[in-house]
Design a protein around this ligand. Structure first.
Ligand SMILES: [Zn+2]
Length: 104
């Protein structure tokens, strides 16, 4: 970690997990180093160190880039395609039912 980046993390405001959860924040910061010595933010939901997670993801990508790309593709396909199509169908059916009820 560069000196500037380290300084920047030191200057971060301490936000406890409970407060972050209440505020609906994705990350929180304790200022306490993780097992690997990173003074970094942590994920509110799963408590993992953001820096450790970044390193792990980079390592996984280096080992098998195609697998990572495929996983990302799948994730985006799902969020942009299938789930939206289902939502539109559901809304269309709801509208149809409402129209039928109103016309009776
Ligand atoms: Zn870490």
């Amino acid at each position: 970690m560069s000196e500037y980046k380290q300084l920047r993390t030191y200057m971060k405001e301490v936000i406890l997990r409970s407060l972050a959860t209440d505020k609906g924040l994705k990350n929180y910061f304790t200022g306490v180093p993780c097992v690997n010595g990173h003074i970094s933010e942590r994920d509110t939901k799963h408590c993992y160190c953001i820096e450790c997670n970044r390193i792990k993801a980079a390592k996984q990508y280096k080992e098998d880039p195609e697998k990572c790309k495929e996983a990302t593709r799948k994730r985006h396909l799902d969020t942009n395609g299938e789930s939206q199509r289902k939502y539109r169908l559901k809304k269309r059916n709801e509208t149809k039912i409402i129209n039928e009820l109103e016309n009776k």
